[in-house]
Design a protein around this ligand. Structure first.
Ligand SMILES: Cc1cc2nc3c(=O)[nH]c(=O)nc-3n(C[C@H](O)[C@H](O)[C@H](O)COP(=O)(O)OP(=O)(O)OC[C@H]3O[C@@H](n4cnc5c(N)ncnc54)[C@H](O)[C@@H]3O)c2cc1C
Length: 318
């Protein structure tokens, strides 16, 4: 048993994901608080380029051609003996498809409890306390592990990625492990259709909801987005109505976005919408209803009619 904090490294197309760096930053703080070390668990066909991206930290690496593509059972089987033997205080993984597959499987296999949908992890009296989202964020649960050790999958955007990027050379411990042939095989990565604009990559999103009233008014939103140098996104009813392409929809059944600025115009802030945008750095909402839930997540808000505010803003910026 140790007080180390293990982090499962998620990588795609040869790049360590932002979600991994978000977790690494928090892992360093947690490990520091309990006198342990942060250890990255890296499984890949080619370790060196990924280890370089991780920078000056400890890495447990399993390198094998069989790890080129993600397969839950293969990754889990390779990790199981390491996690069982080294028994870290915490194992953190992104709350992504990959992270949840591995964390869930490991939890069942080694009998260590899993806290999924974690949005914050703290140390209290030497053991972790985890806040988890339930029902798309409608309820928060605070979780302690029965014997103080556990596995968490951490929701994207819960911590800044910058804290996880540290300069320096990695210290790599290579572990040779027979890599089994998994029952579930990776076939191909199906990327979401980006359409004309990929809203997940935009720094500024001007997002419109049912408060816009009618399709012809969408033009006002497009003019504002152009003046701000951003792109137009929407809530689901706007995409359902065909006023904007489905690729612009933000939320549970749309895309998850994390822009620098998210302008929510005539959007009520239903939980399914908030799920896709609450991680934006700066949220500004305009809504005629002062009790609209969107004001609960907005950093700034105005109780106003968007049909007045939007043309006035565009004119001011022009
Ligand atoms: C399984 C499931 C998945 C879903 N997935 C998504 C999803 O991915 N994305 C999503 O967005 N929704 C999703 N929804 C739908 C979600 O529950 C809401 O119905 C939807 O987000 C509401 O969109 P809205 O805020 O544009 O409309 P409304 O809730 O109707 O809100 C319109 C808002 O505009 C304000 N308003 C009206 N006129 C003006 C004006 N002139 N100026 C300023 N404000 C004005 C009103 O006060 C109101 O707050 C999903 C629902 C389910 C059940």
């Amino acid at each position: 048993m140790s007080n180390d904090v293990f982090v499962l490294v998620e990588h795609r197309d040869g790049a360590v994901t932002d979600g991994t760096f978000e977790i690494l930053g928090r892992a360093h703080e947690l490990a520091g608080a309990v006198g342990g070390e942060t250890v990255a668990l890296l499984l890949a066909a080619d370790i060196a380029p990924l280890a370089d991206q991780l920078g000056g930290m400890s890495i447990l690496a399993i390198e094998d051609p069989g790890l080129a593509d993600f397969s839950p059972s293969v990754y889990q089987a390779a990790l199981e003996p390491i996690v069982r033997e080294r028994a870290p205080l915490l194992l953190l993984a992104p709350n992504s498809g990959v992270g949840m597959d591995i964390a869930g499987g490991l939890s069942g296999a080694i009998g260590v409890p899993l806290a999924a949908f974690a949005t914050s992890i703290a140390i209290d009296a030497g053991s972790p306390v985890v806040t988890c989202q339930l029902y798309a964020g409608k309820i928060e649960a605070r979780v302690r592990f029965r014997d103080g050790r556990g596995i968490c999958t951490v929701v994207a955007g819960s911590y800044p990625a910058s804290a996880g990027r540290i300069a320096g050379s990695p210290r790599i411990e290579h572990i040779s492990m027979p890599v089994a042939d998994g029952r579930v095989r990776f076939r191909r990565l199906i990327r979401p259709e980006a359409g004309d604009v990929d809203i997940t990559r935009e720094g500024i999103l001007v997002s419109v909801g049912r408060g816009i009233g009618e399709q012809d008014n969408i033009e006002l939103i497009e003019e504002l987005a152009a003046a701000l140098g951003g792109a137009v996104s929407s809530s689901r009813p706007i995409a359902d109505a065909g006023w904007l392409p489905r690729t612009r929809q933000v939320g549970k059944s749309g895309l998850r976005v994390k822009p620098r600025l998210y302008l929510a115009l005539g959007i009520s802030g239903a939980p399914e919408h908030l799920e896709g945008m609450r991680d934006a750095e700066l949220i500004i909402a305009v809504n005629t209803d002062p009790r609209a839930p969107i004001f609960g997540v907005a950093h700034f808000g105005a109780v106003a009619d968007i049909l007045d505010v939007v043309p006035a803003m565009t004119k001011r910026l022009g």
